[in-house]
Design a binder for this molecule. Structure first.
Ligand code: CAA
Length: 256
């Protein structure tokens, strides 16, 4: 992992804005195939940013050819993907935006779908081709795709390896926006900058609460939401948000 551009590191962190980090997958020769080392370093990067007290949003991206072409197939024979490492990625409290150009296949699409938002190039290629290797998605594909797209299209993608374009991904609600490839990163950064301007504790709590929609019964999730809301009301930032509204001024968050 490293800060800056022009590096051999397989995960690169750039900081275009004080509170926003770009995390870039950097194995261009193999279309950012997700080797176990890459996933571990990515998880470490997310954990570092989550704990640094400065970062408020992460944009996760690859390059113009590939967000990621899936698990590293060359590693399959020696050792399978260590999928438990993915739990570390999913545990981040920071809001994450996948900025997808080129291919997002297999684990690449699973990685993009595990982000809170997805900005895709119109001509991006999204799919779960594991079936062509005689296996199936193992890092969330059957679950996240089905929840986002519904059973009909998800079944075609997972059982037949059908790909969809970025434009289709937006149409079916898998991506937040589909834009020309050169706009993907600017649009993702603009969203991240807006996220970074919200009260950080409220963003974290709301992110967690949305995730509960997929993990709990409605009743239990509503109770958790209510609890999170009341906890936020006690924060200084909530008092500031209300005072700013009533005083017709912009709030200044103190992260308390
Ligand atoms: N793992 C390892 N290497 C990969 C790779 C992968 N997933 N995807 C591409 N590469 C390598 C290729 O072997 C090639 O290397 P060489 O130049 O050394 O030959 C290089 O990246 C460029 O790839 P191509 O020449 O194939 O490029 P292309 O433009 O002709 O095709 C592609 C692009 C359609 C994405 C094709 O590379 C492809 O089908 N890749 C595999 C996609 C896939 O099946 N992903 C699912 C993996 S399984 C999984 O993801 C399961 C999981 O997480 C749990």
């Amino acid at each position: 992992m490293s800060e800056g551009i022009g590096t051999d590191e397989i995960v690169v962190i750039e900081r275009p804005h004080e509170h926003v980090a770009i995390v870039r997958l950097n194995r261009p020769k193999v279309l950012n195939a997700l080797s176990n080392a890459l996933v571990s370093q990515l998880a470490a990067a997310f954990e570092t940013l989550d704990a640094d007290g400065v970062t408020r949003a992460i944009v996760l991206t690859g390059d113009e050819r590939a967000f990621a072409a899936g698990a590293d197939i060359a590693e399959f024979a020696a050792e399978g993907p260590r999928l438990d490492e993915w739990d570390r990625l999913w545990a981040t409290g920071l809001p994450t935006i996948a900025a997808v150009r080129g291919v997002a296949l297999g684990g690449g699409l699973e990685l993009a779908m595990s982000c809170d938002m997805m900005i895709v190039a119109d001509d991006a290629r999204l799919g779960q081709p594991e079936i062509n290797l005689g296996v199936m998605p193992g890092a969330g594909g059957t679950q996240r795709l089905t929840r986002a797209l519904g059973k009909t299209l998800a079944t075609e993608m997972v059982l037949l390896g059908r790909e969809i374009s970025g434009r289709e991904a937006e149409l079916h609600g898998l991506a937040n926006r589909s834009v020309p490839a050169e706009r993907v990163l600017p649009v993702a950064l603009e969203l991240a900058t807006r996220l970074a301007k919200q009260a950080p504790a409220a963003v974290r709590a709301a992110k967690r609460s949305i995730a509960q929609a997929f993990e709990q019964s409605l009743h239990a999730a509503l109770l958790d939401e209510r609890q999170a809301f009341h906890a936020l009301l006690q924060t200084e930032d909530a008092r500031e948000g209300v005072a700013a509204f009533l005083g017709k001024r912009k709030p200044v968050w103190r992260e308390r």
